[in-house]
Design a protein around this ligand. Structure first.
Ligand SMILES: [Zn+2]
Length: 351
């Protein structure tokens, strides 16, 4: 067990330094606790007065809801936006805006029949909700972001390619015309880099690239290595700030590849062998974030169960204690508090 220390209670500024230190591979006294995956929680909407769907398209509301992850949930990261369709929408997909309890989703695949025509629009940063997210980053960096890191999330190149072409057509192309899929991924990579750097310029302390389509649950490890990993490497090499890679599902078979993509940290789910992941990551000076189950535990279980699962993550030497994937809107706020409590108990800050 790590040594207890009261610094984190007394000084708000420590949260940002703590986060940066973890991503820089330095030892810290206190493990940060937060979320790097989408976390639009209904109770926080009620408390903050900023609800979806307005909080998905109004920068003030977005900042208000994200800020409540710190002010009300007591987490040490403010993560925004609350969905992963922003880049897809800006590149031409229609979205269903969702409701208070339902996240925006992709409704159309504009390049389904002509994937060879995908290009990054010259006015990308002015399209769709991108100006909203950039403005929210500016607002947050001058508010809660003074005390805790602001983290902007975006879809990764494989997710973006699946939005633009449709999952099935993309899967077929990966077998029939892998060189075309490489070219599509290249375009998506360009868009990810431009948008991610704009988020950092606007005040985000870090970006998280979430790429569910890159998961072994969706594509084989060989396809990942051949078609997706090079794109992720190029993204990491060209983002000018801290960067985190989140891939959903059981990623054990691609863990060594994820470590070699050039991200400061990886975010993983509870289905992954955490001991093995942390050993591999630390050998490569990559931090590991996770991996409390959002669906099984945070959403549905008692605070005692949240605490025991969180303590188990900490005992395994997790670098940032966090949900392993996106948090369900109906997740009880008391369960987010329980994660913070577990971290405090582990470090002797609270009984
Ligand atoms: Zn996920």
């Amino acid at each position: 067990m790590k040594k207890g220390c009261n610094k984190i209670k007394d000084s708000k500024v420590e949260f940002k330094k703590n986060f940066r230190d973890v991503l820089d591979g330095k030892d810290v006294d206190i493990t940060p606790v937060g979320t790097v995956t989408t976390s639009g929680v209904l109770e926080l909407m009620d408390i903050s007065g900023a609800s979806r769907p307005e909080a998905d398209r109004d920068p003030e509301k977005m900042a208000q809801l994200a800020g409540s992850l710190y002010t009300s949930a007591k987490l040490e990261i403010v993560r925004f936006p609350f969905d992963v369709t922003v880049l897809g929408q800006a590149m031409g997909c229609e979205i269903d805006p969702g409701t208070k309890a339902r996240t925006p989703s992709i409704m159309s695949h504009p390049f389904k029949n002509n994937p060879q025509d995908i290009c990054v629009p010259s006015d990308l940063l002015e399209r769709g909700r991108i100006p909203v997210i950039l403005e929210a980053a500016r607002i947050l960096s001058n508010k809660e972001g003074k005390y805790v890191p602001c983290l902007a999330g975006l879809e990764g190149p494989a997710d973006l390619a699946s939005y633009l072409c449709g999952i099935k057509p993309l899967m077929l192309l990966s077998i029939k015309k892998p060189e075309l899929v490489s070219a599509i991924i290249d375009k998506c990579v360009e868009a990810c880099i431009e948008y991610a750097n704009a988020c950092i310029d606007a005040g985000a302390d870090a970006v998280v690239i979430a790429d569910a389509m890159a998961s072994p649950d969706m594509v084989g490890p060989d396809v990942f290595r051949q078609l997706i990993r090079p794109g992720l490497q190029r993204i990491a090499a060209n983002i000018k700030g801290y960067r985190i890679l989140h891939i959903c599902g059981k990623v054990d078979s691609i863990l060594p590849d994820m470590m070699e993509c050039g991200f400061h940290a990886i975010s993983i789910e509870e289905s992954v062998d955490i001991k093995k992941a942390i050993k591999l990551a630390h050998e490569k000076k990559v931090a590991v974030i996770g991996n409390v189950s959002p669906a099984q535990t945070l959403y549905d279980k008692s605070t005692d169960k949240v605490i025991s699962e969180s303590i188990s993550c900490l005992e395994n030497n997790i670098d940032i204690l966090a949900p392993g994937c996106g948090v369900a809107p109906e997740t009880p706020l008391k369960n987010l508090h329980a994660m913070v409590k577990a971290r405090n108990m582990y470090h002797g800050l609270e009984k």
